[in-house]
Design a protein around this ligand. Sequence first.
Ligand code: NAD
Length: 398
Amino acid sequence: MQQSSHSRRQFIYQMGAASVVLPGLSVLGLQSCGGKSDKATAESASSTTTTQGSTRKLGIALVGLGQYSEGQLAPALEKTTNCRLAGIVTGTPDKAEKWKSKYNIPEKNIYDYKTFDKIADNPDIDIVYVVLPNSMHAEYVIRAAKAGKHVICEKPMAMNAEECQQMIDACKKANRQLSIGYRLHFEPHNQEMMRLGQKEAFGKINRIVAENGQVQDESSPWRLGRGVGGGGPLRDVGVYCIQGAIYTKGQIPIAVTARKHPVTDREKFSKIEEGMDFSLYFPDGTIAGCKASFNDKYNKLRAEAAKGWFELSPAYAYDGLEGKTSQGKMEIENVPQQAHQMDAFANCILQNKPTTVPGELGKRDVQLIEAIFEAARTGQKVLTKDVVQILDKSALMS
Ligand code: NAD
């Protein structure tokens, strides 16, 4: 993978279009560890930096053992170098038993939602990974921080910007790092989109298309707005379009417009939008046309620039990503995304460096989600100049 991606990069450089232009944004550009799937070994990192002075992997406790924890994160933690599955938090005793034997988790590292705060006394757990329905993220991130743990919070970070700020503040107060589960920042096809876009390898980008849709089943009632709620396609899959457009363009939108899709299934979509079309307006005039749906399938991130185009389709899947440019196919291998993401965060902690996907990045996207909802509600263009000015600029280092 390294070789093919490297030679592709050289090829693009030979087109004479590798200049870096980031128009004058006041950004908290993060060029920290982790942006390039840092794979430093646990041995080298921990022997220099862990308080124990030993060569141990950081322990992660997964909070919420639903589809994502079971299907993706736990298997990924068997492939990580810098961290391991050390504990679980679940309200279902049967799940606790199953995970205990499957992953060899000691009884003392198993919590339910009532005993969760006792995790503060458990030295096996360094990082709490909150994988609960979106409306529960804020409470558990804040409790994890108060327990003195570093935290990864799944996307979208929270229900509104105020919650995001409380989560950021709680982690700062506890002197612990907070990261968002933005796996695609550690995925090489998406990293290539960042690099091509932010370095203007095909010239100035004029237009971006970001579309993510899936036919949502009933397996997570909260995703359809039931129970604890907090779902809907904009928050769930639309956040990838917001992310993709921003990290490809390397700018932060100054305004948004939006329109909800017409409802075709009144029962299923009685509490949430069925889909959302929205446009992100960038400072230099570029527009990203975005689409999120729970009733249609699409999966694409495309940039059209002065001297060519580049795109991923699928762009946001766990595997099987494919990239093309106007100059040919991207020769890039797929990687275990979540393993790279968690290893990168563990490495940041071990090296005491900031993550490239901190809480502020999650807050920026939640602010944009709120603006998109407002634009859909009012039919007006909503200005977004007040969103957190933060970009992942790690692609500029490659
Ligand atoms: P899920 O519905 O499958 O799992 C949610 C878990 O929370 C379940 O184990 C459930 O028992 C538990 N839970 C505890 N209290 C609950 C309550 N009051 N109501 C409902 N559930 C409760 O959802 P999921 O697909 O695992 O998603 C969890 C989080 O992970 C969400 O924030 C989602 O956006 C995120 N996610 C991220 C990705 C990614 O690629 N980064 C992919 C999928 C999901």
